[in-house]
Design a binder for this molecule. Structure first.
Ligand code: IMP
Length: 224
């Protein structure tokens, strides 16, 4: 990737404010030139109780940054949070921001079936995945947001083992297969997360080259 951040002697380190293994795997691929630090197993649950993707992303990125500053010595440059979900038109945009909290007692396989069963007969099956990323430097308080979405529709039943979450029931526009069936490479090209990361990368590239020293915001921080 042609990012000026590469010019730094060591890869910038990004704390990912998530324990979601699916997200972690995707970020490791999408941000391959960065060192991704997963949210530690012994750290507290990251709260997310906002009504909008952006609120939750902000809450998670700031919480992770603040916790890390107090509890860890290891230097980190950025805290990154992803709030995302599946918005189904026939369900008034739901589960949307509640995607992680929808039918929490069910396994993901059951959840996918339950969601499909909620669709009224002959309902429109259009849906989209939405992702909002919040990024903050460990040294500053400014948050930057990057968004992505992918249009598509719901399958008649779950199909495929790739990806995670609602991938087996989502068919991206222009395809016949679900994200659960399509290769990782296809999802990495067109997903909501891939698009948000593209926007993030575009914003970080010039910053990496010339971060004003007086800018306490998204410059490369000391990590403390
Ligand atoms: P949150 O961002 O932690 O609130 O969780 C979002 C939830 O939405 C995840 O737990 C998944 O169930 C779902 N989700 C978000 N992105 C994707 C994706 O790329 N594929 C499938 N499901 C997703």
């Amino acid at each position: 990737m042609n990012s000026p951040l590469k010019a730094h002697s060591s890869p910038p380190r990004i704390l990912l404010a998530s324990r979601n293994a699916g997200k972690l795997r995707e970020f490791a691929g999408l941000l391959a030139e960065f060192t991704i630090i997963p949210w530690p197993a012994d750290a507290p649950e990251i709260p997310e109780d906002g009504a909008f993707f952006k609120d939750n992303a902000a809450q998670k990125a700031a919480f992770a940054r603040d916790w890390w500053r107090i509890h860890r010595e290891e230097p980190v440059d950025f805290s990154l949070a992803d709030d995302s979900g599946l918005c189904v038109d026939a369900l008034w945009g739901g589960p949307g921001v509640l995607s992680a909290r929808f039918a929490k007692e069910l396994s993901m396989v059951e959840k996918n079936r339950a969601l499909l069963a909620m669709l009224p007969l002959n309902a429109k099956r259009s849906a989209r995945f939405v992702c909002v990323l919040a990024l903050t430097s460990m040294a500053g308080n400014e948050l930057r947001f990057f968004e992505g979405s992918v249009e598509g529709g719901l399958a008649a039943e779950p199909r495929g083992q790739q990806g995670f979450g609602y991938d087996p029931i989502f068919i991206p526009e222009g395809f016949n297969q679900t994200f659960g069936e399509l290769s990782e490479d296809v999802k990495a090209r067109l997903s909501h997360r891939a698009q948000a990361v593209q926007a993030l990368r575009a914003a970080l590239a010039p910053l990496g080259a010339l971060v004003p020293r007086s800018d306490p915001g998204l410059g490369r921080g000391s990590g403390r």
